[in-house]
Design a protein around this ligand. Structure first.
Ligand SMILES: [Zn+2]
Length: 149
């Protein structure tokens, strides 16, 4: 697969723009670590999310899961690409919990574009690269059931 993972130049630019802009709605008064996420859904629509922290720290929700929960509850369960943006360099990658959460709704080929603080800075990995030998819905559900059917 090429570095674009089947996305058009316009989609790549939009993914970066939306993931980066999503940092602006982050609620992170404790860490000041802003994270934005953008999902390109298979119907061509976009969903964004940001991290939402809590005074009880473990209750905090990451940007990736915020975006996915929004998408799933809007009936969007298939994704062509995921963009994650932070203010650090090199770019941060999704945490382990989010990788597993993404796995529920994506196969191993879905690309995750990670953007850092420098203009144009981007690292791309597939979910399979970030979460090898993963456990997913097909391990529990018979064919024809589960989110991706
Ligand atoms: Zn996470």
């Amino acid at each position: 697969m090429s570095k674009t993972h089947g996305l058009t130049l316009e989609e790549l630019q939009e993914l970066s723009k939306r993931a980066t802009a999503a940092k602006d709605v982050s609620y992170c008064p404790y860490s000041n670590f802003r994270v934005g996420c953008a999902l390109l859904c298979d119907d061509g629509s976009w969903v964004i999310g940001a991290n939402v922290e809590n005074a009880s720290y473990p209750v905090t929700i990451c940007a990736e899961r915020t975006a996915l929960v929004k998408a799933i509850t809007e009936g969007k369960k298939k994704f062509r690409a995921i963009g994650v943006s932070t203010d650090i360099s090199p770019p941060a990658s999704p945490c382990g919990m989010c990788r597993q959460f993404i796995r529920e709704f994506s196969d191993n080929s879905v690309p995750i574009f990670m953007y850092g603080k420098e203009e144009g800075e981007c690292v791309v990995r597939t979910l399979g690269e970030l979460l090898p030998m993963s456990f997913g819905p097909e391990d529990l559900l018979p064919p024809g059931r589960g989110a991706r059917k």
